[in-house]
Design a binder for this molecule. Sequence first.
Ligand code: BV8
Length: 227
Amino acid sequence: MRVVVLTGAGISAESGVPTFRDANGLWEGHRVEEVATPAAFETQPTTVQRFYDARRRALHAVVPNAGHLALAALERAFGKRLLLVTQNIDDLHERAGSSHVVHMHGELFSALCRACGERSRWEQDLVDRPACPACGASELRPDVVWFGELPYEMDRIHRALTRADLFVSIGTSGAVYPAAGFVRAAAASGARTLELNLQRSDGTDWFHDARHGPASRLVPAWVKELL
Ligand code: BV8
């Protein structure tokens, strides 16, 4: 049995990481669609850097919840038969023990150098334009996929979706593409599809099954059933 799991901000909500919708689209006082774009970074780099610096700092203060831990247990049992894809840029899956996580929208704890293209693990602020550890240029940006940018590892994700027996979406509103279309690609290839979310999402009708409630309760119960 091959499983693909897609997670969104809802799985980190109970760890204290605000979601995009619960902050009704406002995050650190900004509309994400206005700040998470290359154009915003070009025109107002300090605002964008401060937006991500604040979220990177907040990450040191939160811990994984039972939902993250259950998915780490699933990986220990399923190994390479499980592909965990996350839209989240936090590191809570890794801190819960998941070892191969596909961050399709990048990671807060990674910095991308616009001069040399190198990625470096980065836990501090970027607003003061620190030097790239690889080339020394002061051209580091958050290693995060903004609106209008191509998400990471799409080929690997699509291959897994076409081979999956089961696709499970956890804690996502199904508002942003291409992630919101994964359920249809999986179903078209014959996979069963299940949504675990606090409430109905924009994509609920595309799933064979849906369970609604907090991830910290639904995910451990589902993993227990599967194991
Ligand atoms: C691309 C990283 C093409 C940044 C993110 C018009 C103009 C320009 C683009 C477009 C356009 N129309 C469509 C597009 C495409 C666009 C898009 O889809 N826009 C939307 C707004 C319509 N997509 C893109 O631009 C993507 N790229 O298309 O590239 C391309 C092609 C070729 C070459 C080059 C380019 C890139 C999108 C990635 C943007 N980056 N994140 C950052 O974090 O700052 S998006 C971000 O929002 C997330 O990563 C996620 O993907 C998305 C939605 O967030 P969710 O995770 O779902 O969170 P949300 O708050 O929305 O929902 C939380 C859910 O959890 C809720 O349902 C809630 O009920 C539930 N919940 C809450 N608490 C709990 C819970 N569930 C369980 N338990 C709980 N306790």
